[in-house]
Design a protein around this ligand. Structure first.
Ligand code: HEM
Length: 545
């Protein structure tokens, strides 16, 4: 081998050796934490942890270990899987300076959307949140109620009603594509003030199929999955050259998947820029819209400190980001609430009775949030079936992670804390905390809306009254701490509007148990491997409520 080649290969070799040693060291640090055996040397337990059929594996981890589990990751590396509320509180709140979103997530977000909330940490991240949060205040949400009602009526009259060929009798309708369209339209209207879909004729379905932005949104997650093997290289590449340079350089790589990825990024950016410029124009001409983007643009014209305003590029980055963060998640929640109501007829009847007692069809914000059973049913669905079932963090400093109760280590001795080395990957099981008996009591795995007392608090009968880090009703559905979901007040409101409109007109039921919920980010209903939610829909005049 020629000396220049040896010279060139040396840093690469050193890098590989350093990575292998670091991985071994991290694995050693967690070696005493109990966990399942590895499934394979290369992928460890990751296929069972993240695959669509992972529900039973997660249940095994939640039930058979005590809230902290060692998981085997790539090339025998170890990760920690946690659902212990005290450990979780430490990671997300108490010792949050020791943990951050993973570097892959941060650099991928910057490549996709540009610099913004999802791609930054520390001071920059806090700055973005401060600018963004007022758009989700109760007073702004109050103004969004009419927009949400308009979408709900169009969903009912334009999409569901035309499916019911006979006004009497029962009709099976696949509600999955219908509710997914309604979710995109709700987020489009409420976040950007933009209508993607008229939710009416079959023409609009065709329009959606050819709209490049909607197609880019749809292809987004599958393409990221295809690129999974390359993602660990991203943070390194983005550190060596800038993310903007990375984005341009990707175009020259000889891969059709990467070319599709680049097209998606370009389509999202150009559409977002058009929407943002339109919005800036409208706001200048005294537009009175109350969507999220209008609120951010109006803020640019206020006399506030310059660093408390968005620039045009930042608005563009956040336009696509918010559509991405809000569409599939709310679609999952909408599909789930209808499925849950169809599976629980007595809950459906009680809820309809409460809704029918309200005078007006179009309820105000205060009336909607004041319906106790509607609130209880939505909270219980979001607790038991969180659309996003887990999230990851990486330790940025060594840390001693506290536990709510000692676990028995592999060496058979009790451990009341775990030493976390820098660079350890942590998987936070949102579903695990939401179904933890110490938090919710022995019936934690049952759907029981009555556990909610009407003041946003649950009765923790038989539980240890353990507080979690959750930002919404002690559950982790919308995460907790500095990176918690900014849409956590919007989501229940949107669900309440849709349910109050649909339950007045329809009764929902299921005939068979073909529907399977596959875990993912977010969870989806499937029938024979395809996304679907076949539900029997009856118009209410022809059935007893
Ligand atoms: C049922 C619906 C939703 C669920 C279950 C959900 C859940 C979550 C979770 C678990 C996180 C934390 C992720 C992490 O740290 O890894 C998150 C973050 C986020 N969510 Fe949501 N979300 C939902 C709807 C929405 C909506 C409607 C919006 C916007 C309109 C939104 C915007 C965001 C944003 C911007 C973040 C990042 C916050 C940050 O980094 O500071 N989400 N969401």
């Amino acid at each position: 081998m020629s000396p220049p080649l040896i010279f060139a290969l040396c840093p690469l070799l050193l890098c590989i050796v350093w990575h292998v040693f670091r991985r071994l060291y991290l694995s050693f640090a967690l070696h005493n934490v109990p966990g399942p055996p590895s499934d394979s040397f290369t992928a460890g337990n990751l296929a069972r942890l993240h695959g669509p059929d992972s529900a039973s594996f997660h249940e095994h981890l939640e039930k058979d270990f005590n809230g902290v589990v060692r998981i085997h990751a790539l090339l025998s590396n170890s990760q920690l899987y946690i659902s212990d509320p005290v450990a979780l509180h430490s990671v997300l709140i108490k010792d949050r300076e020791c943990y951050e979103a993973s570097s892959i997530f941060l650099s991928l977000s910057e490549l996709l959307f540009g610099k913004g909330l999802l791609s930054t940490t520390g001071h920059e991240h806090r700055r973005y949140r401060k600018i963004m949060m007022p758009a989700f205040s109760a007073s702004n949400l109050r103004e969004m109620v009419p927009i949400l009602y308009e979408v709900a009526y169009r969903l009912r009259d334009g999409l569901i009603q035309p499916q019911l060929k006979h006004r009497t009798g029962k009709q099976e309708v696949d509600l999955y594509p219908i509710l997914s369209r309604a979710s995109l339209e709700s987020i489009g209207r409420a976040a950007l003030g933009h209508s993607f879909d008229s939710l009416s004729s079959t023409e609009s379905t065709t329009q959606l199929q050819i709209d490049p932005y909607v197609q880019a949104l749809k292809s987004f997650t599958p393409i990221i999955h295809k690129l999974a093997a390359f993602l660990p290289l991203l943070p390194i590449a983005c550190k060596v050259v800038s993310p903007a340079f990375c984005r341009r350089a990707l175009r020259f790589l000889p891969s059709s998947t990467i070319a599709v990825f680049c097209d998606i990024v370009d389509v999202m950016e150009s559409k977002s820029r058009t929407l943002v410029r339109d919005k800036m124009q409208k706001v200048r001409s005294d537009d009175d819209s109350h969507d999220v983007m209008s609120s951010w643009v109006k803020n640019m014209n206020l006399k506030v400190e310059e660093n408390m305003k968005f620039t045009e590029d930042e608005l563009v980055a956040h336009a696509s980001m918010i559509i991405h963060a809000g569409t599939d998640t709310t679609s999952s929640a909408l599909n789930r609430i209808i499925h849950v109501l169809a599976l629980n007829p007595e809950v459906q009847i009680k809820l309809r009775t409460e809704i029918m007692q309200t005078k007006e069809e179009l309820m105000s914000y205060d009336e909607l949030v004041g319906l106790p059973y509607l609130d209880a049913v939505i909270r219980e669905m979001l607790r038991l079936y969180p659309p996003v079932t887990g999230m990851t963090r990486t330790s940025t400093h060594p840390h001693i992670l506290p536990l709510s109760q000692p676990i028995i280590g592999v060496d058979s001795r009790p451990m009341d804390a775990i030493l976390i080395s820098r660079g350890t990957e942590i998987y936070i099981s949102i579903a695990g905390v939401n179904r933890n008996e110490a938090v919710w009591g022995p019936d934690a795995r049952e759907f029981r809306p009555e556990r909610w007392r009407g003041n946003g608090q649950a009765d923790w009968e038989g539980a240890n009254n353990v507080r979690t880090a959750g930002v919404y009703g002690n559950m982790m559905t919308f995460a907790g701490g500095g990176r918690s979901c900014i849409g956590f007040k919007f989501v229940p409101l949107q669900l309440k509007v849709v349910i109050s409109v649909l339950l007045r007109r329809y009764k929902f039921s299921v005939v068979d148990d073909r529907i399977e919920w596959k875990m993912g980010s977010p969870a989806e209903p499937k029938v024979d491997g395809c996304s679907a939610l076949p539900i029997i829909v009856e118009t209410l005049e022809h059935c007893s409520p």
